[in-house]
Design a protein around this ligand. Sequence first.
Ligand code: BGC
Length: 697
Amino acid sequence: MSQARIENLLAQMTLEEKAGQLNQEPNSIEVDRTLVRRGLVGSVICANSAYAGNDRQARVMASALNELQRVAVEETRLGIPLLLARDVIHGHRAVAPIPLGQAATWNPRLVEEVAATAASEARADGIHWAFTPMIDIARDPRWGRMAEGFGEDPYLASSLAAAAINGYQRAGLDDPKGIVACAKHYVGYGAAEGGRDYNSGEITPHTLENIFLPPFHAAVKAGVATIMAAFLDIDGEPVTGSRRLLKGILRERWGWDGVIICDWGAVAELVKHGVAENLKEAAAMALRAGIDIDMAGQAYRAYLPELVREGALPVSLVDEAVRRVLRLKDACGLFDQPYTDESLATADLPASHRTQVRDMAQQSAVLLKNNGVLPLAKARKNYAVVGPLADPAVKEVWFGTWTIDGLATDMVAFLDAFRQALPDSGVWHALLPDDAVGMVRMCDAVVAVIGESNGRSGEDNAVTDIGLPPGQLDLLRALKRARKPIVAVVAAGRALAVTEVCELADAVLLAFHGGLESGPALADLLVGDAAPSGRLPVSLPVCTGQVPIPYNHKRTGRPVPLRGSRYLDADDQPLFPFGFGLGYTEFRFSATTAEIQGGTVVVRATVDNVGNQDGVAVAQLYIRDEVSSQTRPVRELRGFERFPLPAGESRVVEFSRTPEDLGFRDRDGSLVVEPGEFTFWISPDAASGVGVKLRVD
Ligand code: BGC
């Protein structure tokens, strides 16, 4: 459809129909057909509640969505098709690891492929638009939504944001395998104070520019078609009503012209925030700020026509938003083909989709400790499998938060997968702790499957204690008394504090929530059919009181390890640093070298696989600006490369960076590039490596 046709359509629309295009109704099944017939619905969020991430929902079906679409196309005055949206957060039917686990792969290529698969599955079910990826930086693990994002670092999150968006949108928005992505929640949502969801965020301009905005800038550069505004208020303004953050940064500074949607009911929440007196004022405020679509709030539908008629809002503002929505529908090919081909959805989950999410589940698990017990010997042993999350009856926990289209019937429980992986050994299972403790004494080793349920992370699931849920440490302590090797497999939707677990267990595998293929993937890792290769996308705190403890903190005027910015009752360092992860082999990183070549900085180090097994290394490039006009972090990630390295082999890793790549943003968002001395490290994590200093002018 040409621009002229969009203008032609716009010219025929009543104010009510225009407001309708900006209105997103919830609940695809029960959406009020009379509203659709009157042209008062522009898009639909296929979710039955405001907490769809916590409540399993009915699966979507192309036939039901086609039926709804038919009402819009055939029974409305102008026949404008609906955009159908859903939260496809980490895979659709092939449920991938939670995004925090995806980030632990440090594998943008795989993140892109998994997103492309999710796009094709969801589109085949009739979904045009997915509210994903979530690219909020999360530094406080009390916040349950840390699970849904790519961790604490802006560089890693930016790389993965771009990868995910490429994957979702790669086939084309009008292709049966493509889907509209939505970068969310713009911006600073992870700064919710105390980790309490929806809470206000205290973010300085410097932190906003250097920590929270970069992933969104990467999303815009990757061509994301839509962005969702965050619920919270920052600096005295709810984002939903902030012209400065929405139009000011997204449109005026970055020149981005995609669709901005508010979060569920957030226009109406401007009243609860206390910045609008009523729904009508909230509608005017949100539209002026730049919100194009009102999700599930109905403020636009109820008040935009009246506001324009009264002269309180220029119709041009409404038209601008409607144009964007129509252009998006056009880009999705809906004016030509509004219906989904119902033969595309397959009854069976394709094997290749399963393999892909299994690869990802393997790559997302981070081995934190191993005193040699892993990989487990395969032959003629007896293993006890215990712990609340080993119970096949709760296998769906491993889907993680925000799983609305995964099927338990597609899933193999860890216990069954572990048995299959060890055909020549005995695998014994005890559900109750007292039985477990007795059983362990008869076995060669115990695998304790512990950690968080899916319901302990995700939206509105904050905790004050980021340690293990009740009872689990008691179980480990009791197991320890049997003096048998303990392997702890830990499910997590956040950066859990696993300090005592690491003291009690001989090996600790942090598995996050690995999705559909968690069971087989973990079994492969434990018996050595695959080797762990995940690296932490967040620092793991020693205890709750340490948070926030991101690796990229400032130096302060009194840095530790001298007396200084420290705690009396806990370490000043996290339990494990950002970027950390072991495998079944050992890598040695040489000292880093750096030189200027033709205006760019070339940084190199040699990585040797000095163990006796093949493995996957993740070389991480960190920088530190030694003297700058604003305080900068002790280290900042500025590159990484994940690569296989066979036993006994070595490889030179090289990164080239321009002076601009080493810069930072000032309070207004301008890039500041200052000459001076930098330290460069290529290291296996944020806390190690032998760095080198170099002047960059
Ligand atoms: C969440 C969003 C989600 C939306 C629609 C909100 O409560 O914050 O992440 O996309 O609901 O389900």
